[in-house]
Design a protein. Sequence first.
Length: 486
Amino acid sequence: MQMHHPCCKGLAVRFLPASFRISGSSISIPNLARGSESGIAGPGSRRVAALSPWISCWGATRGLQGSAKGLHFRRLYLQTMSLSRAGYASQEGKRQRCESDGAMLGHTCSLASCGQEISSSVARVEVAVTLGSAVLPDDRLVNWKDSETLSFHQECFAKLQTLPSISQCERRLLRQATATCEKFDAEAELRAKATRAADILRGASRAICFTGAGISTSAGLGDYRGKRGKWTLEEQGQETPYTTVYEELRPTYAHEAVAKLVEMGRLVYVVSQNADGLHHLSGIPYSKLSDVHGSAFTEYCPKCGKRYVRDAYAPEDRAEDYFAGKLCGPIPDHIKKCSGCGSNHWTGRSCDNCGGPLHDTVISFGDGLESCVLQPAFEHASRADACLSLGSTMSIGPSNQVVVIQKGPLIACVRQDTEMDRLCDRRGGVRAYGDCDTFMKMTMRALLGDDKCDAWEASLPAKKDTYASKRPAAGKQRGDIFVKKL
């Protein structure tokens, strides 16, 4: 399937909110999350904004001029990574089904002095640690287990933080656990927050949605900062192999809920930092969607600007094996190492419009974001009166600024604490801790009512049956462009 993004032509910036500052060919946005302001100017190229996880601002250049150059450091990710722990997806789905039923979760509190079972009716915390060579005392305060999920009642975990007598070994493990802990609201509290979220969406006229890795974890994909996140494991010296067949990935309940809200007009635009292509597969057209970090199923021609949405994984994975010496023989002509990021962006296919070589759209750390994707995201955010953020810590700029630019309440559901939590409070929003699927099930039921929600949910199996024809499951199994965090 071929697709022209509606905003790809005429890349000169025509609209900017009042808080933007224009200077020459660069554009800067106040970094409201940190109370500072800065801008990054780059050379005239297709990719117009430098992406950095540490700088929540963006710079723009002079639009579509010549070939795709820009800044390249390391490839950010292909978000569709499978967790190294086998069975993650099935465990995740089982846990979410238990939570939705209000049942016992099968967790036991890891505080040695407690040891009681944990149900969904109480708030809990989940952590994971790598024991390594740690020598635990006999009178340990926590029943530590190596590289396994440890659950605590929220009150027990808070108590553990304040205990005065704790061994140096356990204190080190506790710091490790606290840095990546995941929080889950009690079922009744989460339902109340979902009801409040439904009220906000019902009263908004131009709400937008912002999504991150957490919305796709129940599809079997990994996140980054959680207790078993990719970056967490790498910091602990563990490997994170990936064997995902990208064409087999299917939208989660939360994806389907977002698509339904777009169809209903409750959401006018979706901004996603994920490259898995699941929002588009769920039925959201690119006229209402910005994959700001690219998509594994989209490529474009830098020469004429034509874009293609494929039913198969687009990036050229063999390049990484050629560069690493794992594949013998001459390197194909289309594979070229980027002098900045060290990865290959060329897919090996040619444009059927002008014959130019095609380029993947997945963004690297330091890469510029495409203006035809980023610009509409900021334009819709500047007019939005509410924002629903799912599965994102909202910490990677520049696209995270859409939650700040929008002027209404912020509804955020993610398991970790974020820098935007205060923004939720200041704007009368909702800060929910838990799984996106569970939260959206409650939100959709509160928004639609039981009868309409039942009817919509009954239609989902037939919709899912159509995905096989849209994305045949016969693709590549590797995600070589998902490299280590800088």
